[in-house]
Design a protein around this ligand. Sequence first.
Ligand SMILES: [Zn+2]
Length: 77
Amino acid sequence: MPIYEYYCPECKEKFEKLCRLSQADEAAECPKCKTSSKRVLSKCASFSKDSSGATTSVAGGGGCSSCGSSSCTSCHN
Ligand SMILES: [Zn+2]
């Protein structure tokens, strides 16, 4: 299953979730505060897992700092 990235407006943090394709456009609950969170277009960030399998270090860093707030719509990488 693909991993999708979501952004919680309450925590101001991204989180990732495994989803079926049919769920890709649905909101996901934040694991911390249960706020309904929109999916972030993550083509420039979310799939850069490191060798340990960690994914959290990608959000807010890496090659996409220009669009880390809520979406990557302005980022064409
Ligand atoms: Zn939250």
